[in-house]
Design a protein around this ligand. Structure first.
Ligand SMILES: [Mg+2]
Length: 214
């Protein structure tokens, strides 16, 4: 379906899995979550992993979609701020991420013509760290992290707050993310154009859909 995207002024990116992909970092985050569950319940790390896995499975059946890690932990009685405190102290993105020249060039090419935003379920300290490691810390006008509303995506109310804060009609936005249900479904329901990226090179499609000749 070809859409006229001439009205787009603001591009809202997801962070994890969209601007970078790292199996190592994803694994470390899962391990941190499992050890948080284990500590909270007073069980072994192995049991923590099992609890986390079972909770995710139950939620996936209930919601008929893959739940986010934040929601899975919430279902196990771990509040969102507590989850993020543990992530900030235990997750070390510097072990896995490095400057990405392709990503830098892509975002730099957009900065003059569009306003770039980030909307992520990650926390501000980790988001800033990850962006700096990728070398793209200064291209975004504003970072909407979990601290903005303490409610993870997908969440219509938080999305509404983001849209009001940025300003402009639905067709002035483009949402870019790697998870249809989490990043794109709620904006789509409001008539906002979206781009699903399954690998970071897919980001280069932005040029095509915005009608930029490289
Ligand atoms: Mg993502």
């Amino acid at each position: 379906m070809l859409r006229d995207l001439k009205q787009v002024r603001s591009i809202v990116f997801d962070l994890d899995g969209t601007l970078y992909k790292s199996d190592g970092l994803a694994k470390e985050i899962q391990e941190m979550a499992a050890s948080l569950v284990a500590d909270t319940r007073g069980v072994s790390l192995k049991e923590g992993r099992t609890l986390l896995r079972n909770s995710r499975k139950r939620l996936a059946e209930l919601l008929e979609e893959e739940p986010t890690l934040t929601r899975t932990c919430l279902a196990l009685g771990i509040e969102v701020p507590e989850f993020h405190r543990a992530m900030q102290s235990g997750v070390r993105p510097e072990r896995y991420l490095e400057p990405d020249p392709v990503l830098q060039a892509l975002l730099d090419s957009l900065v003059g013509g569009w306003d770039l935003y980030l909307y992520t379920n990650n926390s501000l300290p980790l988001t800033e760290k990850i962006l700096a490691l990728l070398g793209v810390e200064s291209v975004f006008r504003r970072l909407y992290t979990i601290e903005f509303n303490w409610t993870p995506k997908p969440d219509p109310e938080t999305l509404q707050r983001v849209l009001e804060d940025v300003g402009g009609p639905p067709d002035s936005f483009l949402f870019v993310g790697d998870r249809e249900q989490v990043d794109l479904k709620v904006p789509q329901a409001l008539g906002i154009p979206t781009l699903l990226v399954s690998e970071t090179p897919d980001l280069l499609q932005i040029h095509k859909i915005l009608g930029i000749v490289p």
